[in-house]
Design a protein around this ligand. Structure first.
Ligand SMILES: [Zn+2]
Length: 360
């Protein structure tokens, strides 16, 4: 009976992972909470349904080439990446996310996953879903099972938007010799009002030898563009049409095509490849995030080093000089009272402090 129960629970958790809509999940949770018998009958139905659907799925138990099957697990859930560590401290990345992993851990190194029973060792299973009538993988769900209490949980769900995908099945984990490499990376956070933003753009356009590109959303066409812009264009984009996505500042004129993600539906205009400022010599200014009650928060990102196959390399001296000049100016124009790498407008900072004091 206990075996059957754990099998049902395993099926249910896999089912939740792939098939159920949110309303189905809350209905099921309701039934499970209030009527365990009905829950068992229901899970038997789901088991049958799930078996029927199995032909489009592939389940794989994860093990290393050395035969290790038990891992400590670190995850960046939102970003869909993770690291598995064996008893011998060999590290493996989930799927083919090596570059992305290094980019992400520059700001946060994920902590070890712990089961509710406090154990930190797990077996790992991938559930692949294929696209209808093809061999291509549409999504991968990662399920981990505690080696002490047997509790399973779905910890990652990764959508795959490219083809071919055979390597995801053939090499589900990728050895990573040094999971903790750091390179010189800067993320500046800025609470700005509109004048602060305008001043920043004015400085970048007029005082630095840069070409300025903007990725923006144009109305009424509802299309995305990535173009070289003048200061006048930029002001128009940030004031009239406030739906820009990013500004990029580069010493060189760009071959724009090189930075576009061609896998995305062209009806909506162009999409950029992920984090193009990391490997290239760009400074990126994000569009503002509206932090409720506190104001508009902008991010300025750049790095003075980059990774080339696990080797840290320097960017050019000219780019270093450029970023240093920008920081120097930002120090003179904004306040860093909020903390390291913060460059807030004076008024925006005062209003932020006031809002925080009011909230206690
Ligand atoms: Zn456990």
């Amino acid at each position: 009976m206990a075996h059957l129960k754990s099998q049902i629970l395993r099926v249910l958790s896999a089912f939740f992972a792939i098939e159920a809509s949110s309303s189905q999940i809350s209905n099921l949770k309701f039934v499970i909470l209030w009527s365990p018998r009905r829950a068992e009958r229901l899970s038997a139905c789901i088991f049958e349904y799930y078996c029927k659907r199995m032909e489009t799925k592939l389940i794989k138990d994860i093990q290393t080439e050395k035969g290790d099957k038990v891992f400590q697990v670190r995850l960046l859930k939102q970003e869909g990446v993770g690291l598995l560590t064996t008893h011998n401290e060999d590290n493996y990345l989930i799927l083919d996310s090596l570059d992305y992993w290094y980019d992400l851990i520059q700001t946060t190194y994920p902590s070890k996953k712990k089961c509710t029973c406090k154990n930190e060792w797990f077996t790992v299973q991938y559930i692949y879903t294929r696209r209808a009538e093809t061999e291509d993988i549409r999504s991968v769900v990662v399920v981990i099972t505690c080696t002490a209490c047997g509790k399973s949980s779905q910890v990652l769900s990764i959508d795959v938007d490219y083809s071919p995908t055979t390597h995801l099945v053939e090499a589900p984990i990728v050895f990573c010799g040094k999971p903790k490499i750091k390179y010189k990376f800067s993320e500046l956070t800025c609470y700005w009002q509109s004048e602060d933003l305008k001043d920043f753009l004015q400085f970048m356009f007029n005082k630095l030898p840069v070409k300025v590109y903007c990725w923006f959303f144009k109305l009424p066409e509802k299309k995305r563009y990535f173009e070289l812009v003048s200061y006048e264009n930029a002001v128009e984009i940030i004031t009239v049409n406030h739906r820009y996505l990013d500004f990029y500042f580069s010493l060189e004129e760009l071959d724009v095509e090189k930075y576009l993600n061609k896998n995305v539906n062209a009806d909506e205009g162009v999409y950029l490849k992920l984090d193009i400022w990391r490997k290239n010599e760009f400074i990126r200014l994000s569009s503002p995030s509206h932090i409720l009650g506190y104001g508009l928060l902008y991010y300025v990102n750049f790095c003075n080093q980059y990774l080339d196959k696990e080797v840290v390399k320097d960017k050019s001296p000219d780019f270093n000089k450029l970023t240093a000049m920008m920081i120097e100016w930002m120090k003179s124009r904004y306040t860093s009272k909020r903390g390291k790498n913060s460059f807030d407008g004076i008024q925006a900072y005062e209003e932020l402090i006031e809002a925080k004091a009011k909230r206690g």
